[in-house]
Design a protein around this ligand. Structure first.
Ligand SMILES: N[C@@H](CCC(=O)N[C@@H](CS)C(=O)NCC(=O)O)C(=O)O
Length: 246
């Protein structure tokens, strides 16, 4: 089995989703830190143009998008499962909602001016502008929620998650499934990256307790690798043949 190589950066919420899945499945992994903004020559060389984060590399195979990466990791180590049989449909549909509606509400709230000022407080002044320009260029015509709308939506979504966390340790039962990992990462950003805005969580204590349980899963056994070494590994391996999925 080739090593699992995650191309990611520390403050990336979708990367946190996968770091925790790796920890939950007790899969050892190699960490390649990538730039949060363009240019990303090694990432693009591996992916053929996809620039988002994270990306999973297994030998010469490159997997883009965390929904696919979760499936790959489930295939590599089925136990503990991300998709309990009786919840297979519900947890995937919930995860899709969490990775989109919940994520964009959370990030619209997290990166309102006070949050962005906190994130870039220790960076040179041009860093905030470079980040904002990069994301505008990446998003094209996508309409982002205004901070006030994002705050209302986030608050309401947190109440819905609290309804679930009030009932059991994790959202769908006593063990985490893909729904928990997808719901957690935007909330992780609030707690870990913009603690100045974390008071929004005070109204839903069970969400904080659930988030503590998610955080406790940890990232498992990780060792570092340079992106140049990752490219060399990809060059030296033969890609697997695609397998049909259903
Ligand atoms: N649908 C994608 C979304 C990934 C995503 O939007 N990641 C953010 C970082 S958390 C990103 O790519 N930002 C731009 C970048 O890193 O270049 C997935 O599930 O992997």
């Amino acid at each position: 089995m080739n090593d699992l190589i995650l191309h990611h950066y520390a403050s990336s919420p979708f990367s946190e989703k996968i770091r925790l899945v790796l920890g939950h499945k007790k899969l050892p992994w190699k960490s390649v830190l990538v730039p949060p903004i363009m240019p990303k020559p090694d990432v693009l060389a591996l992916t053929g143009g996809y620039r988002k984060t994270p990306v999973l590399q297994v030998g010469a195979d490159i997997y883009c998008d965390t929904t696919l990466i979760c499936d790959v990791l489930e295939h590599v180590r089925p136990d503990p499962t991300l998709y309990p049989p009786h919840l297979k449909g519900a947890c995937r549909i919930f995860a899709q909602w969490a990775d989109t509606a919940l994520f964009w509400a959370a990030m619209g709230y997290n990166l309102q001016p006070r949050g962005a000022a906190h994130v870039f407080a220790k960076a040179p002044p041009e860093a905030a502008k470079a980040f904002s320009d990069d994301r505008k260029a990446m998003s094209g015509t996508m309409v982002r929620l205004r901070p006030g709308d994002a705050t209302s939506a986030y608050r309401s979504y947190l109440r819905r998650i609290a309804n679930m966390a009030d009932e059991h340790d994790f959202l769908f039962g006593m063990e985490p499934c893909v729904a928990d990992f997808a719901a957690y990462h935007g909330i992780w950003y609030t707690r870990a990256q913009v603690p100045v805005l974390a008071d929004i969580l005070n109204a839903t204590p069970s969400v904080g307790e659930w988030a503590n349980r998610m955080e406790a899963i940890g990232h498992g056994a990780m060792t570092r690798l340079t992106s140049a070494d990752a490219v060399t590994i990809a060059k030296g391996r033969i890609p697997r043949r695609p397998v049909p999925t259903c």
